[in-house]
Design a binder for this molecule. Sequence first.
Ligand code: GDP
Ligand code: MG
Length: 597
Amino acid sequence: MKNIRNFCIIAHIDHGKSTLADRLLEFTNTITDREKQDQLLDNMDLERERGITIKSHAIQMDYEFEGEQYVLNLIDTPGHVDFSYEVSRSIASCEGALLIVDAAQSIQAQTISNLYLALDNDLEIIPVLNKIDLPSANPDEVTDDIVGLLGCDPEEVIHASGKTGFGVENILKAIIERVPAPKGNPDGPLQALIFDSVYNSYRGVETYFRVINGEIKKGQKIKFVATDKEYFADEVGTLKLTQVPKKSIKAGDVGYLITGIKTASEVKVGDTITDALNPTQEIIEGFEDVKPMVFAGIYPVDTDEYEELRASMEKLQLNDASLVFVPESSAALGFGFRCGFLGMLHLEIIQERLEREFDMTVITTVPNVSYHAYTNKYPDNMILVNNPTDLPEPSTLNRVEEPFIKASIITKSDFVGPVMSLCIEKRGEITNQTYLTTERVELSFDMPLSEIVFDFYDRLKTVSKGYASFDYHPIGFRASKLVRVDILLNGQPVDALSALLHDSTAYGIGKKMCEKLRKLIPRQQFDIPIQAAIGAKIIARETIKALRKDVTAKCYGGDISRKRKLLEKQKKGKKRMRLVGNVEIPQQAFMAVLKLN
Ligand code: GDP
Ligand code: MG
């Protein structure tokens, strides 16, 4: 155990974690030149294309230092806020953390939130000033910022570049010298923390764990504590670039486990693995189920594809347990599913995976957060509102509560004004303002989750000219004035266009939605009135004027292939449209409420 080091890499998104991880793997010969590939650990196609790490991954390196052989377990963590729970589990599996800070960007919101997570778990922090090769790097200033944040010596900050490989040897030295070896009792009952799981269509779910006490042996009967299920450890091993089967994984070490589990939901990140016959009495604390934050309906564009969509979602869920869905039906769209996501990025990824991996064309409806509603008749019975149609009639409604978050925003002092105005516009209440340096300020707000899940991040970037970073965590439910704004097309309510909005913004947004829909819905042979309503009260109205001529008219007498091309094009454009009554509604219209500015 004394020659094992478990460490993670934490940073704000894009500060260079994955790139630096690649350099560490190369330097320790964990990967050969032939296997070299950028951001090697991000092995999902989508991860590569978007350049972000979606899942955490672990990899083991062997490294000789001053004549001794060391095992270094590196746990790469996802950087996006939607996946922060996984970061916290990764951190709990380590004794040390490389805190990567971009030498041009300096400390950002997730640098701080991940640092706090690491400090909460008593990790040894090794600060790394990364991207020093950049012409725009500010090594002195950023080192000062890091020293200010950590209270460390400037000499402790390692200068590095994931691009050139500069500093990698110093990082490895620091890991060995500064990160403590794991503690734990190798002879005690098995206690291992699940920090990640990955779905593999051939082998089922692979569980990644860190052994705290005891050992996990091939063939052993084990138990997952939170789910209370027992399995046989069919295969255990260590994670190199490929998996290396072993007879056992001992206290202090990190490994993978295969038990023949076929569904991702059976393996819960944060759960404890123990021996089924001699279970540990200690449960690793802090286990929580991941809760979806954003809900939206997903419907097949072609109503005949409902069963196929269900099968695709079930397959996707096998491999992404954080996706939840239940069947729902909409008067406008027919049969589909109400789905829960960790955030908007997760929603986009699911939609994209449905299209790419399953060839499903889907319509996604207006996302909303989850509300708590109470009626006058049963004021103590909470009704979970994940869908606008679930909100009880206004006349019967006793009260509604909405989820709040604590937001932390780091920006330059020049932008404090605009950032504050934005947060106040979003119903935020400032709770704290701290100057990190003379130029950088951390602002804390209590805000409704619904105001930040959609366009907040883009707005923040705009008002701060890109000099603001943002992080948040939930702080519970608070009373709110919520109304449902319905949209009527041709006098008919279209349930899939309804939105849950705060009373103070409902009128303005209802009006803007009508204007936006007028632009998005294609003109037809007849006038289409668009109305926004709260209950029976119409709050806004627009009209889509009838189309005068046939679109192909101008081609008459002309070249027939041109006409065919035009028709082809229209057909393609129709792919993501739904006919509701006699009005065609394009996908963008369902998301219109999110893009009003
Ligand atoms: P992550 O989100 O923290 O995992 O960041 P990535 O490793 O994906 O890097 C984000 C971007 O920064 C990519 O375009 C990298 O090529 C680039 N990058 C990473 N490290 C360096 C570095 O040391 N120097 C320079 N110039 N670019 C870097
Ligand atoms: Mg990455």
